[in-house]
Design a protein around this ligand. Structure first.
Ligand code: HSE
Length: 436
């Protein structure tokens, strides 16, 4: 049978990795797909750059539109990233009746609803396994492997750069800025590294996971994101002393009131497996009503781990190419006419526990004032530590863990605590999840 022809847009790290994996494993891949899969065309901004892959047999161009408009290309693999150009290219490929595989989380999180609607009209597939957690087949796991479950919640370390930074801060006592530089040098950080450290990249990925877990539209604009830039070495140490690790988590939870969608640094018990996922590695915990908690772990970025997901999508596309479009796995796991408009809760309405750190004068009545404020907002204290005052100072650090409370109650309590004359500076607050 004639090989399936692929045009790759973007021959950088992931593009190069995809070409290499397709070539190296061509025999195994063809045995699985039922046909050979061959990259015949690729686009790159700079045609003279040194690459990680050989390009023999591939016609190169600097104009990606040549590829999406080429009638000889069956499947377009979009690996250029970003929103605008990528969207135009993907929509043109779809309009031309081509299937699309993409690793572009920002594109799917922001424009996926429109892209999938266009793809359904044309009867083509748009696959995006590589967009979330690199090589971990988490999309397939949720969309297909857990299809019998009502998903209750999921929580993931889905940004390797952020996890690397927090791990280095904990293990080596390094400072934030110093570690960020190294993460960038490793090639994991986004082109704009604020996407990594401010939770935007994880927010894109969480948007996609929540959509396929709960059957809701992609709604990146409703994800609450808080970065890791305010985490201090002190907080990392106190968390450890209390039996917790600080991880940058993306959390999606279905409650009676609606869906929580949030990315923020989170204290989690050290004994949880996911608390021990370190460095640039990713992991996603998914809890279904039938299966209970399940954990998926692996490389969240890098040339070949991401290529592994791209190629798996290509195999799926080839297997389903001749099938009736109505009977394929739906793009967002649920049938398009069954996507539900369940409300996404504003962050004020989320319920979580908290770690609080404040600096207070070391004199009678201060703790009583703080506890009174918390009680007035229905907040129960779970644990409390008062540290020795640092040498030559009279103020002491007080660290508290609270039980579950509404975010808006905590906001009001923190404002009242900060207004106490005996408390100096801001109260540091990190959300805490037991993931039980
Ligand atoms: N910047 C991302 C990360 C790359 O650090 O996880 C993979 O999406």
């Amino acid at each position: 049978m004639k090989p399936v022809t692929v045009g790759v847009l973007g021959l950088g790290t992931v593009g190069g990795g995809t070409v290499n994996v397709l070539k190296r494993n061509a025999g195994e891949i063809a045995r699985r797909a039922g046909r050979e899969i061959v990259v015949t065309r690729a686009s790159a901004r700079d045609l003279n750059r040194t690459r990680i892959c050989a390009t023999d047999g591939i016609t190169l161009t600097a104009d990606p539109f040549e590829i999406v408009n080429d009638p000889d290309i069956d499947v377009v693999v979009e690996l250029i990233g970003g929103y605008d150009l990528a969207k135009q290219l993907v929509l043109t490929a779809i309009a031309n009746g081509k299937h699309v595989v993409t690793a572009n989380k920002a594109l799917i999180a922001l424009h996926g609803n429109e892209i999938f609607a266009e793809a359904s009209k044309k009867g083509v597939m748009v696959m995006f396994e590589a967009a979330v957690a690199g090589g971990i087949p988490i999309i397939k796991a949720i969309r297909e492997g857990l299809a019998g479950n009502r998903i209750k919640w999921l929580a993931g370390i889905i940004n390797g750069t952020g996890n690397f930074i927090l791990t280095e801060m904990r293990d080596k006592g390094r400072d934030f800025a110093d570690v960020l530089g190294e993460a960038q040098a490793l090639g994991y950080a986004e082109a704009d590294p604020t996407f990594d450290v401010e939770g935007i990249d994880a927010g894109h990925k969480l948007t996609i996971l929540a959509s396929i877990a709960f059957g809701i539209p992609l709604q990146f604009e409703k994800v609450f994101t808080e970065g890791i830039t305010k985490i201090t070495r002190l907080d990392v140490e106190y968390a450890e002393a209390l039996g917790y690790r600080i991880k940058n988590l993306g959390i999606a939870r279905k409650t009676e009131e609606g869906i929580e969608l949030r990315v923020h640094p989170t204290l989690i018990p050290k004994r949880r497996l996911i608390a021990n996922v370190d460095g640039v590695m990713n992991a996603v915990l998914v809890c279904g009503d039938a299966v209970g908690p399940t954990l998926y772990y692996g490389a969240g970025a890098g040339a070949e781990p991401t290529a592994s997901a791209v190629v798996a999508d290509l195999v799926d596309v080839v297997r389903a190419m001749t099938s009736d479009p109505e009977n394929r796995v739906p793009h967002l796991a649920f049938q398009a006419d069954a996507i539900a408009d369940i409300p996404v809760l504003p962050v004020d309405e989320i319920k979580t526990a908290y770690y609080l750190r404040l600096t207070a004068e070391d004199k009678p009545g201060v703790l009583a004032d703080v506890s009174r404020i918390l009680a007035a907002h229905n907040i129960s204290i779970e644990a409390l530590i008062q540290k020795e005052p640092p040498q030559g100072e009279t103020s002491v650090p007080i660290i508290m863990l609270t039980q579950l409370t509404l975010e808006k109650e905590m906001n009001a309590a923190i404002a009242a605590i900060e207004a106490l004359t005996t408390v100096s500076g801001k109260v540091a607050r990190i959300r805490l999840e037991t993931l039980g």
